[in-house]
Each structure stands twice: as structure tokens, then as C-alpha cells.
Design a binder for this molecule. Structure first.
Ligand SMILES: C[S@@+](CC[C@H](N)C(=O)[O-])C[C@H]1O[C@@H](n2cnc3c(N)ncnc32)[C@H](O)[C@@H]1O
Length: 272
């Protein structure tokens, strides 16, 4: 998926809705990530200010939560491809140091600065984790932490199964709608492999499977399209423009759906 398309979707479709966080999936996951960092002793009040860089910080949800909970003061920085997402983050965190760019260009920003904590949360579907890993290593102080959070392609098993219905395949041009390639990495093992290959020491690793309820097509669009979880996929097959008869067909064939996402959370350290 082209970075320019993703940028437009975040600027024009998602940014105004993002903080509604349908089903609290982002909020619940970020709370878990923060509790891992607490367990790692990163938020100890006796330590000097925590220099944190959030790559793909979006509306600043993580940094705001971290600031609210941390007895350790925060020096927040963030990089994002979407100026609209970043402007919401700036309102929440007036002292946020911001760069607007593709995460692939991380090495071109924050020259000469090093951080105690680097975060990449729900961005590795857009910027491959393998490309980010060495750039993140460079920006961390020895002993510094990478907080990784990423949806995996094993998420939404029930939606993926129902998308294979023969009528849906007919409706969407002979091939069933597929989430393949949109969400990555594949699983916890792949994340662990990339972290270890890049020289990180893994301190925490878990897969979180938040339950999701889609009572009908509209609830799915609120979550998947406006909420940002599946916007590229939905736009590609034109689901967001479904007509009334298509919506009622989908409500008969697919919904309601009870499903879950599958999200890997890791804390990895740069060796001292
Ligand atoms: C799903 S949101 C996650 C936001 C935030 N990390 C959070 O957990 O709430 C993905 C964010 O990544 C940004 N993004 C997408 N592609 C990017 C890229 N190539 N480089 C930098 N940021 C990107 C989007 O603009 C958006 O703000």
C-alpha cells in the first residue's frame, strides 16, 4: 500500500474519528503495553525524565496515557506521516516535539538525540518491522527499550472465514476479499525472530486477543473504516460505499459476528 494513500486516509477519513476508539481495542492494548513498561521499571519516579519517541504516534493516545500514569516526567517526541493525526497529538501534548514524515525516514529526524524509550504501536502494517529495527536501535541509549505493538494476520479469523462465502466472492470480482498482506507480522514468533536478529534482548512478549462484537455491517464500518483498523482493505474493495441492498445482503450473510483481533506486544532492550 502506497504511503500517500495511507496518509490521505489518516488525514481525511480516520483522524477525526480515531479517538472514539470503537470497542476500546487501541485503549485496552496501550494500557497493557504501559503496564509492561511499569513492570520493567521504566516509570520509576527516582529516574530522570523519560525521553520517549513514538513512531507513528497518531493522535498521541499512548503518550497521553503514559504521561497520566507515569510518576517519572516525560519528554515526548513523535513522528507521523499524517499532519492531521499529529495536530491532535499536539493539542494533547503541547511540549511534543514532532516530525511529519514516513517512518521509513526515521534516521533523518531527531539528529544527535537518543531516547530511553522508542514506541511503534500499530504501524508495522505500514512500515516493515525489519526496516525499522536497525533505525530504532540507533536511536536508543544502551539499555533503552523498544515498545512494540502490532496486529497480526491471524486476527479476525471469523470475519476472514465468512468473507469466503461464494456470494461475496461473486460480489467482489471472483476472488474473496482478503486481509492478507494488510496486517503483519504473522505471529509472536515472527516478532521475536526480527527482534533477536536485530540484536535486541526481549524482556516481554505476549499475544493479546481482544474480543470484538460486530452486531451489523454499520458497526463493522465504524470499527474497520472510520476507526482505521481495515481502512485500506475496505476502500480497495469499495465496501465503504456499499449500497442499501448490498448492506442488507451483508447483514444476512455475514453479520452479526463475534470475533477477536490478535495483537503482539513486546518490550525489547538495546543491550547495555
Ligand atoms: C493505527 S494508527 C496508530 C496510532 C498510535 N500509534 C496508536 O497506537 O494509537 C497508525 C498511525 O501510523 C501512521 N502511519 C501510517 N503509515 C505511516 C508511515 N509510513 N510512516 C509514519 N507513520 C505512518 C498513521 O498516520 C497513524 O497515525
Amino acid at each position: 500500500m502506497q504511503a500517500a494513500v495511507i496518509q490521505r486516509q489518516y488525514d481525511d477519513v480516520i483522524s477525526s474519528q480515531y479517538d472514539r476508539d470503537p470497542q476500546n481495542t487501541t485503549g485496552r492494548t496501550l494500557d497493557r503495553a504501559i503496564s509492561h513498561l511499569q513492570d520493567e521499571g521504566l516509570l520509576d519516579s527516582l529516574l530522570p525524565a523519560l525521553r520517549v519517541l513514538d513512531v507513528g504516534m497518531g493522535t498521541g493516545m499512548f503518550l497521553q496515557k503514559l504521561r497520566e500514569i507515569s510518576p517519572r516526567p516525560l519528554e515526548p517526541s513523535g513522528l507521523d506521516i499524517s499532519a492531521q493525526m499529529a495536530s491532535i497529538a499536539r493539542q494533547k501534548l503541547p511540549d511534543l516535539s514532532v516530525a511529519i514524515d514516513d517512518g521509513a525516514n526515521l534516521h533523518r529526524h531527531f539528529h544527535g538525540e537518543q531516547f530511553d524509550l522508542l514506541a511503534t504501536h500499530f504501524v508495522t502494517g505500514f512500515v516493515p518491522m525489519k526496516d525499522l529495527a536497525p533505525k530504532i536501535m540507533d536511536k536508543l541509549v544502551p539499555g533503552g527499550c523498544w515498545s512494540f505493538v502490532g496486529g497480526t494476520s491471524t486476527g479476525y479469523p471469523e470475519l476472514q472465514r465468512r468473507a469466503q462465502h461464494p456470494l461475496l466472492k461473486l460480489l467482489y470480482g471472483g476472488h474473496g476479499p482478503s486481509l492478507g498482506g494488510m496486517i503483519c507480522p504473522e505471529n509472536q514468533e515472527e516478532v521475536a525472530g526480527i527482534l533477536t536478529d536485530a540484536g535486541f534482548e526481549i524482556s516481554r512478549l505476549e499475544t493479546f486477543q481482544p474480543r470484538l462484537e460486530f452486531p451489523d455491517f454499520d458497526a463493522f464500518i465504524e470499527y474497520g473504516y472510520h476507526g482505521g483498523w481495515l481502512t485500506p482493505f475496505i476502500e480497495e474493495i469499495g465496501l465503504h460505499r456499499a449500497r442499501r441492498w448490498q448492506r442488507s445482503l451483508l447483514n444476512r450473510l455475514v453479520f452479526p459476528v463475534t470475533d477477536h483481533h490478535s495483537i503482539v506486544l513486546a518490550v525489547a532492550r538495546r543491550p547495555r
